[in-house]
Design a binder for this molecule. Structure first.
Ligand code: SF4
Length: 235
């Protein structure tokens, strides 16, 4: 399996200490992507090495988060890791773009996921503008599959880029989505895939908060804003 690295985090799985594993590879080309170095990373890890990494901090961990890249490019590896995590009695979280609904179905059927963080990059019909591919319908299918499993916690999140999104886009998007949490994330303009976006101003967190307040009545769950200045704020 190809893994770009790991990090211990207290914020990736709310209220839980987690080890985050960054799987390499992603078929999308989101213009604001910060994880470009993971696209071609070929650092190979054995399952034994991953187990040792988990074991070395298992005493103070509550959860393992598998992130990327797009982890489901390596679904067999994700399954092997999460099966081991289940043996240890820890919780599991998957960060995904949602472009592989059938692989999500497989993980759900195996009861290997407690929490999914699903990127909803824009309204489902406008995906090509941001990701380079018309995959919104697949993301929608993934969202529906996860929502049909009430035991699985679903967070949806959008990175708000001023030149790629408008407030109306977010209002329209909220009409299309369903989940436990919706997080509006602040775009960062450093180390992004599309160099043109490095000139785009980072959105003001107060403006993001205003948008979040506007959408809150239309989303049947918790609404949050995440910014470098204030961290996570519940609206
Ligand atoms: S932001 Fe887009 S391109 Fe980058 S890893 Fe995530 S899904 Fe892939």
């Amino acid at each position: 399996m190809f893994i770009g690295g790991t990090v211990i985090s207290s914020v990736e799985f709310h209220g839980n200490m987690s080890l985050v594993i960054f799987m390499s590879g992603c078929p999308l080309t989101c213009r604001y992507c910060h994880n470009v170095e993971l696209f071609e990373d070929k650092t190979e890890w054995s399952l034994e090495k991953v187990k040792e990494e988990i074991d070395s901090s298992a005493d103070f961990l509550d959860a393992i988060v598998i992130s990327g890249g797009e982890p489901l490019v390596q679904t067999d590896a994700v399954i092997e890791i999460f099966k081991y995590v289940r043996e240890l009695g820890l919780k599991t979280k998957l960060d995904t773009s949602g472009i592989y609904p059938e692989k999500i179905r497989e993980l759900l059927n195996l009861k290997l996921i407690d929490y999914v963080s699903l990127d909803v990059k824009t309204t489902f019909s406008k995906y090509r503008k941001i990701t380079g591919s018309n995959v919104g319908f697949k993301v929608k299918k993934s969202m529906e599959l996860i929502n049909s499993n009430p035991d699985v916690h679903l967070e949806l999140r959008t990175t708000y880029v001023p030149t790629l999104h408008t407030k109306k886009d977010i209002l329209n998007l909220v009409d299309e989505i369903e989940g436990d949490i919706y997080t509006l994330q602040q775009f960062r303009n450093k180390n992004v895939l599309d160099p043109a976006l490095e000139k785009v101003e980072v959105p003001n967190p107060h403006d993001l908060r205003k948008i979040a307040e506007e959408i809150k009545p239309y989303f049947d769950g918790q609404v949050k804003v995440k910014s470098a200045e204030f961290g996570e704020q519940i609206i």
